[in-house]
Design a protein around this ligand. Sequence first.
Ligand SMILES: CCCC/C=C/CC(=O)SCCNC(=O)CCNC(=O)[C@H](O)C(C)(C)COP(=O)(O)OP(=O)(O)OC[C@H]1O[C@@H](n2cnc3c(N)ncnc32)[C@H](O)[C@@H]1OP(=O)(O)O
Length: 393
Amino acid sequence: MAGFAGRLARCWYSGFLRSPLQVPALGLHVGGPAMQTSQKDFNNAVSQLKLLKEDPGNEVKLKLYALYKQATEGPCNVPKPGMLDFINKTKWDAWNALGSLSKEAARQNYVDLVSKLSASSESPSPEAPAADRKQPESDSLVVTSGDGITTIRLNRPTKKNALTTQMYHDIIAALQAASKDESPITVLTGSGDYFCSGNDLTNFTSLPAGGPEEMARSSAVLLRDFVNCFIDFPKPLVAVVNGPAVGISVTILGLFDVVYATDRATFHTPFSHLGQSPEGCSSYTFPKIMGSSKAAEMLLFGKKLTAQEACAQGLVTEVFPDSTFQKEVWARLKAYSKLPPNAMRISKQIIRDREKEKLHAVNAEESNVLRERWLSDECMNAIASFLSRKSKL
Ligand SMILES: CCCC/C=C/CC(=O)SCCNC(=O)CCNC(=O)[C@H](O)C(C)(C)COP(=O)(O)OP(=O)(O)OC[C@H]1O[C@@H](n2cnc3c(N)ncnc32)[C@H](O)[C@@H]1OP(=O)(O)O
């Protein structure tokens, strides 16, 4: 709570929402006779917001921001921030989208929203955490164990399973727990039609107090820690690639033991398009797996591979028809999970251990290079462009 309240106190929020049209689309009051919210109710709601136990997420915070500005200052009449100032531009867009909504209606909507948030943050969690496993902090990751398999499922299908900062932390924790649990095999997969669309590009818009440099520094540390967990994972690690994969969800595949893919999957690392550079040890594993020129076509030019192509180049172990993918893959993994677990661990160790030191060094170097890249104009422009919906990769 201290973190969230602290951030609110600092300025309210530095997050992001792409479409300003979502604000009026949320069923908020637009005027009419039932406006009875007093200034006191509004002030109480402002104070109540600081007591929320959970961060309500960027979209809600943006809505709150717009309503607060409309309630206190009326319709937006300040100049629109420049195109590259994308955080302030998005805040401006959200406020501006409220149009001529009256101050009273904005106050009412603000109070209603805070009251809804307070009620949901007080209700008990519907699922008790499993006794033997710390559950992920967010619903965007689901970890289950059964039939000798621990499954880590990316569960943010409406955002194509893009990885939020919280999800990186949750995956690290899930891998650490899985490395010690009873299941002989660990699987990473996704919910919905995508495996994963890579790093959530809005991660870069929540600027900490230390500004972009601090954001780049902490992201580089997080990236290094995240990838290290894959390098060090001691048991058979299998990717069940249920759909297209982008960015870091492709690069880390070089650190998996086996990769099964549906024939709908594609593999795409648009780093140059984003003004970024390779991570996940791909600058080392991809040339080893597919040869340097095929690796360069993916990592430099962002060539998108079909599942069949990725299989031909050794990144994917086997491709299955989408109609039978889940059935075939899980049946096979269930059978593999009955093999003697110690033999599998030791075999993995002997295959992977001599590479570990090199992989850690590569990971550290890639993370450092990316730290610089994230501060470059090329990268900032590419992210601004994605967020303002001008480009799709
Ligand atoms: C701290 C560690 C940092 C590690 C760094 C890693 C580098 C990378 O991973 S680079 C790769 C980053 N990923 C991308 O550039 C992909 C961006 N997304 C897209 O190009 C497209 O969304 C898509 C091709 C993946 C899917 O296109 P499609 O038309 O099918 O669906 P959309 O309408 O675009 O997407 C639905 C929904 O999901 C949001 N979304 C998808 N991917 C991302 C993402 N990576 N970051 C943030 N949001 C994403 C998309 O904006 C849509 O949201 P709305 O419904 O709210 O508009």
